[in-house]
Design a binder for this molecule. Sequence first.
Ligand SMILES: Cc1cc2nc3c(=O)[nH]c(=O)nc-3n(C[C@H](O)[C@H](O)[C@H](O)COP(=O)(O)OP(=O)(O)OC[C@H]3O[C@@H](n4cnc5c(N)ncnc54)[C@H](O)[C@@H]3O)c2cc1C
Length: 804
Amino acid sequence: MKSHTRVVVIGGGVVGCSVLYHLTKLGWSDVMLLERSELTSGSTWHAAGGFHTLNGDTNMAALQGYTIRLYKELEEITGMSCGLHHVGGVTIADTPERMDMLKAERAKHRHMGLDTTILSPEEIAKIAPATNVEGVLGGLYDPLDGHLDPSGTTHAYARAAKMGGAEIETHCMVKETNQLPDGTWEVVTDKGTVIAEHLVNAGGLWAREVGEMAGVYLPLHPMEHQYIVTDDIPLIYEADKEHPHVMDPGGESYLRQEGRGLCIGFYEQSCRPWAVDGTPWKFGHELLPDDFDKIEDSIEFAYKRFPSLAEVGVKSVIHGPFTFAPDGNPLVGPVPGKKNYWSACGVMAGFSQGGGVGLTLAQWMIEGEPERDVFAMDVARFGKWITPGYTLPKVIENYQNRFSVVYPNEELPAARPMNTTPMYDIQKEMGAVFGQQNGLEVANYFAQGDEVRFETPSFRRSNAFDATAREVKAVREAVGINEVQNFGKYDVKGPNARTWLDRIMAGRVPKIGRLSLTPMLAESGRLIGDFTMSCLAEDHFQLTASYGAQDFHTRWFEQHEEDDVSVTNISDRRTGFQIAGPNARKVLEAVTRADVSGEAFKFLDVKQITIGMSSCIVQRVSYTGDLGYEIYTDAMNQRALWNTLWNEGQKHGMKPFGMRAMMSLRLDKFFGSWLSEFSPDYTAGETGLDRFISFKKPDNFIGRAAAEKEKAEGSARTLVAFEVDATDCDVHAYEPVWINGEVQGFCTSGGYSHYAQKSIALALIPTALAGDGNEAEIEILGHMRKATQIVTPLFDADGARMRG
Ligand SMILES: Cc1cc2nc3c(=O)[nH]c(=O)nc-3n(C[C@H](O)[C@H](O)[C@H](O)COP(=O)(O)OP(=O)(O)OC[C@H]3O[C@@H](n4cnc5c(N)ncnc54)[C@H](O)[C@@H]3O)c2cc1C
């Protein structure tokens, strides 16, 4: 075994072997994998080997598509068989809501180039004769679905990696991982020590324990999972072709052919976490005892849906553990706060996702960034706040919901409330219906009178519609107040603060007392943040951005740190409110002795003033697009600030408003939001954020060359707004935009503008097709809706109120 290498990958399951292969594929050959037993010794060997593209997140679905297409390539390179069965698969729907979800998925697939089809019950019965279609409304067929041989596939990855120069050491247990002062890793094994520039944790079932060796907490947990294989079934072995996969979300089961019988697995409600206090090192190539009690209800349901199952015996039962993150997506990428430590863990569908995970990680390590937005599986999407106590109930909830309908407005109940602000009980008393963002309770809207304090999950307009309309009206006609807690906030200090910001942000760094909006770019020119930057003193700035991107942004700041600048995440320490609406200035004037008149406190000014008893930083800017102020203070002071603003506000018609109203208000101005319009999938030029880039500033900023190139050449696609002819359901995201009978683009987000009483969509379409009044159709839940491009904002088009 060699003593020095560029990369050590810990873990020889399907994920570790895929990472190893992709590192060699992208050009790094001095890489090695250490496996404590034989390859596949964790969850991999007993997997059912199924693969599919369906995933609520479009980028995850695209990576699953990549994984599936990769198997042929692996077979060709290695001459080994992955045991591929491309039999296709159908996901069935037995409720209108499930059918809505499948139609929404089908629509998304159109611009992703995935060739899925909606089938009628009769068509399902024909292609999947084991299915009793009674009560079935339809299904979604994907020809890419299938299954493979888990062990053969993992060994094919390993062989391909070796052919690219990688070394694999089996029966080599990693016992310690110590970071050396120069940032490299000392990997201590029972066969000796290796020094590696980079370390990849692909420890699967033991990823938590491997993480602990480096002082890293990875939020994942193993769950028990069971599938059964039946005796021979005549309907199956007499058929002239292999039976396709059938996913039955109503029965929480997946089914496929295995030999001459069937194989069926369940995501049962009475599920059980495994190894709560840690995965035993002695757990080897073994299974858990059969447990039919746990899946009794699921089996009963399956006997009705697939009657031939009831006619034969059980040949074998596979019951084993595998890991999940709280939201079911993998944990991939550089671990924040640990140089050269990479995660490839929490992969719950190794045969659908393993290839994409390997490719993403290898691109990140070798090229500096993955080619697409992978925030949905970025290990940095959870913050420092996450604990094992949160992870466990969330993982259980995720397992139970594996086949549930995923609604765009749904707020899941497990592990809540976790983090709350000092306003929580006051807002609750006022009727707040909360959602959770990055572990934080955030008011979505305020119910009144007998309105139920629960938003019905729906693809259509929900029961929050009237409350949202009320709150929007209060903002546009008087003044609204909501918290600014759910912004990520950073304090930037030091003699080099300005030069550092000039380099890291593409926009102009403001003068003292002013603020500016700025994109943050990767070298490739893709967006990795949209920030508000306020200059409090020559060497002191406040940055605000998305609350959910705290670790993602902090990791970037750390990767680009400079001497004599300190960047502190103060998201939970500095909080406060925004007030917005025509009466906002009257409220502010009444609660401070500072001059906040229109002349003294202009749009994009920032002031440090006292409000009531609270020392505040006030920014004259509002995401509502109205006359408004963001008022920040110390979290300990938030209630005092609330009392001051609220008491005075009552004289001016002040009402609280929540995130639902906020997202409607921003649509009036076509303002984009992080991870919808602004994400690492898009550039500043495409999304209009290039208007905030300072091409004149003398110093180089990250992404300058790419942004200048885009400016010179123009971008091929452009973010535009549509007014949509929709009556009961609005755009959420990724609906296809049809122009002249072809899918030409997709929606990034949308919703209902309560102010203008119009359904609005924001979408990326080819630049050549952008133009005021141009017509299109947007496919929402299977229906074509007429859509007309609009360029004039629906509210305050000339900005007179916002700037006045
Ligand atoms: C019953 C069942 C059915 C499933 N069916 C499917 C399916 O149909 N399709 C699908 O896509 N997925 C399925 N899965 C999930 C799939 O098994 C996992 O997604 C996949 O195996 C994860 O692979 P991994 O490489 O991340 O982890 P693992 O397979 O757990 O591999 C981790 C490896 O790391 C090694 N290791 C750990 N610590 C150390 C150390 N300190 N030193 C050296 N080596 C170490 C372990 O020995 C192990 O080999 C199923 C799982 C179960 C339990």
